[in-house]
Design a protein around this ligand. Structure first.
Ligand code: GUN
Ligand code: FE
Length: 459
């Protein structure tokens, strides 16, 4: 069984199906119905493959393949702090918890330990592609990219730019230094993966308050010079942050359209169709319209927005404006490494928005899973490459097991002893998927592949 998103509010179920993946990790056939015999006798010859030269994997009944999750926003460098945020809100959280930890990762052995573990942990939760922020330190940012390649995780890796309003122990010394360090990291990451097949560099102005106008102007110029590079930043997460941006960047000083946060990025050439904007909790109507006009994308981070009390982003409202949205764990503003948890929290936060009076704000299981896969793929610029099971796309997938249900629909195996989803066997497939979304975790993620390579297997 293969399950993926047909569209925003609809899952596609392909039962008794087969997917053929070539040695480069590209899907070359999707056949349904198909059993092992048909695969060997019909599909393989049609592909010109010798039956004895290929591996055929057969999943257990009741298990299903699902596209790998895309985490469109997380800070690899903050992983040791997951769960550690007290009652803080954004600006005091940054100064109290975040900057000291990020600065400490200039120590290469500490960076190696943290980055190895965040990659391993996110892979084990089915995250096949992650848009990472590292730190201002070039060497350890480059190490993160090296470790992603070694572990086989698809990733965007960004060296963080910040040259103002940050502690003296943790900031770029000048806009020029920040731009030179950014170029150095881009050069390294482009050299280890020249075709950008697995990892790619991403321009990363941390957020407007921590970037001077010359730095943002320089990054905008770099974005124009390197049109293949994505851009990632934060926007409109917290009301104090928004007030700070208004104070720091009056429109007269930037030539911005108005005094909004989105207009600041736009004035510096950073609001583009390659831009990933994290949060967007308090955007105005005009800002959302500007984001839609520029075709910039939004990473919805419900765990973080709830944990550090930023607010409830209005995802339905963004989607209705045809703004492309994905999910972000935003570790460690968010406490969980799991995109499945982000999907669950996106569903819950949307219900809080609905309880505020907008009944149609509620997101369904189908919709949050779309955000976790195809939505996220579009947000990171890989809509044609990952997020679904289609010929020409890459095999970035997870094998999900919910208890073990045999071909007759009976539950076998140990169920809730090693798994939080209690399947009785009579559930329909949409009901099983809903039980996975609301009660599943990494115990249900049996195997994970990126570009055809097995990158995680649950023991
Ligand atoms: N805004 C600027 N930096 C950060 C960060 O590290 N995390 C979050 N959630 N928001 C930010
Ligand atoms: Fe963040």
């Amino acid at each position: 069984s293969f399950v993926d998103s047909a569209k925003l509010d609809e899952l596609r179920y392909l039962h008794d199906a087969a997917v053929a993946v070539d040695a480069a990790g590209t899907i070359v056939a999707v056949e349904q119905p198909c059993d092992e015999q048909k695969a060997r006798l019909t599909v393989l010859p049609r592909l010109g493959w010798a039956a004895d030269a290929v591996e055929v994997h057969v999943a257990k009944p009741g298990q299903f393949f699902f596209p790998g999750f895309i985490d469109t926003h997380l800070h690899a460098s903050q992983y040791p702090n997951v769960g550690i945020f007290g009652k803080s809100t954004l600006l005091d959280w940054l100064n109290t918890y975040t900057f000291p930890l990020e600065a400490s990762l200039a120590d290469p052995s500490k960076a190696r330990q943290v980055y190895s573990r965040v990659i391993r942990k996110t892979l084990s939760h089915g995250t096949t592609c992650a848009a990472y922020y590292a730190t201002v330190d070039v060497a350890s940012t480059n190490l993160l990219a090296d470790l992603c390649v070694a572990a086989g995780q698809r990733a965007l890796v960004g060296r963080v730019c910040m040259d103002q309003l940050s502690p003296a122990y943790y900031r770029d010394e000048s806009p020029e230094a920040a731009l030179a360090a950014t170029r150095a990291s881009i050069a390294h990451i482009s050299a280890i993966d020249p075709e950008l097949a697995l990892v790619r560099p991403v321009l990363t102005p941390r957020f407007a308050p921590s970037c001077s106008a010359p730095l943002m102007r320089g990054l905008g110029a770099l974005a124009a010079e390197m049109p293949h590079l994505p851009i990632q930043t934060h926007i409109s997460e917290n009301t104090n942050e928004i007030a700070l941006v208004r104070e720091l960047f009056p429109p007269a000083s930037t030539g911005a359209l108005d005094d909004s946060y989105a207009a600041v990025y736009d004035a510096f050439g950073l609001l583009t169709d390659r831009t990933i904007l994290a949060h967007g909790v308090h955007l105005s109507e005009a800002e959302a319209d500007l984001i839609a006009a520029r075709r910039a994308k939004v990473s919805h981070c419900p765990c973080s927005n709830s944990a550090i009390t930023s607010g409830a982003a209005r995802v339905r409202w963004l989607l209705d404006k045809h703004i492309s949205c994905g999910l972000g764990t935003d570790m460690s503003g968010g406490y969980s490494p799991s995109v499945l948890e982000a999907a669950r929290l996106a569903a819950l936060v949307s219900r809080h928005v609905a309880m505020g009076g907008d009944e149609k704000a509620k997101l369904s299981v189908e919709e949050v899973l779309f955000l976790a896969t195809r939505g996220g793929a579009d947000v990171v610029g890989l809509a044609d490459v990952v997020g679904a099971f289609a010929v020409g796309m890459h095999w970035d997938a997870q094998l999900v097991g919910l208890g073990d249900v045999n071909a007759d629909g009976e539950v076998e195996g140990d169920r809730d002893e090693d798994n939080n989803v209690d399947v009785f066997g009579w559930e329909t497939w949409p009901e099983r998927v809903a039980k996975w979304v609301y009660n599943g975790d990494d115990r249900n993620t049996k195997r994970v592949w990126v570009k055809g390579r097995l990158v995680h297997e649950r023991k």
